[in-house]
Write a protein of this length. Structure first.
Length: 283
């Protein structure tokens, strides 16, 4: 595809950030091996290509390298990447009205009368534009192809978040479905805990219904973390902070204390492991 960059809308403008520890898109990390910059670039551009495909048009990207350089790009739905010779256009801020002194006062955005959007109930069907992706997700899950179902959920969630925002019922519904699918695989407990914590917090802040589902997600996060603590205590220690923050926000003191006690017991053991070669470790 040949792209006329001048005709690509200024928004959305995604930001790919490469560091020595990995890569993120708009602050959301992408799972690639740390230090593998070529793989990180490819993974980030592949995700941007998906987002472009969901929109049906090219999108703008700023790619930030570890050395601090930044490159304006346009990514097409077919994966073609165009490096621009000029920066991306700047979206003008809202106009500001002046008071009697001539100084700028409160921001005033142009007002265009629009019909109020009807409230969306929790559990309502997704918009027509996303029904096909949702149907494919359900079909993949029904066929036992969980990997495809998770990938479709992640892409649909990203499209809905860009269109409606992170706390909209549509976005939270698909995020919750993705968390449930990932929990069923249990092949990466660390990533599972992170996703469940994020989902529980998102549901609470969105006042998602039913509330029992939010509690179920939080309980699953704690249970998955407990399983991780038994197999990879160091990783469990890293995730104990986000987990306790989530449990405290939801008002679960019993589960919070369980995590705190484990951390208090495990920290000395992990900080000073027994060395079989030391005099204390010999028999």
């Amino acid at each position: 595809m040949t792209t006329d960059a001048g005709r690509v809308p200024a928004t959305p403008l995604y930001t790919i950030t490469l560091t020595g520890s990995g890569v993120s898109i708009d602050g959301e990390p992408i799972g690639v091996p740390a230090g593998d910059l070529p793989a990180a670039r490819l993974a980030a551009l592949a995700e941007i290509r998906v987002r472009a495909a969901l929109r049906g048009r090219p999108v703008r990207v700023t790619a930030k390298e570890p050395d601090g350089s930044a490159w304006p790009l346009v990514v097409d739905p077919d994966g073609h990447v165009t490096t621009l010779s000029v920066p991306h256009p700047v979206v003008p801020p809202p106009t500001r009205a002046a008071d009697d002194s001539g100084r700028s006062a409160v921001p005033v955005a142009p007002v265009t009368p629009v019909a109020p959007e009807p409230a969306v109930k929790w559990g309502a069907p997704l918009p027509a534009a996303h029904q096909e992706a949702w149907a494919r997700l359900l079909a993949a899950h029904g066929a036992g192809d969980t990997a495809t179902a998770i990938a479709l959920a992640e892409r649909t969630e990203a499209a809905l978040e860009a269109e409606y925002g992170p706390l909209h019922p549509y976005t939270v519904q698909v995020l919750s479905a993705r968390a449930w699918l990932v929990l069923g695989r249990r092949d990466d407990l660390s990533a599972t805990v992170r996703l469940l914590v994020r989902t529980a917090l998102r549901r609470r802040r969105a006042a998602a219904q039913p509330r029992s589902e939010t509690a179920r997600v939080a309980g699953n996060a704690h249970a998955a973390w407990r399983s991780l603590a038994a197999t990879d205590p160091r990783r469990a220690l890293e995730l104990s902070g986000p987990l306790t923050d989530m449990l405290e926000e939801l008002g679960w003191p019993g589960h919070t204390q369980d995590v705190v006690r484990w951390v208090e017991e495990a920290t000395p053991r992990l900080a000073f492991p027994e060395d079989p070669a030391s005099p204390e470790g010999r028999t």
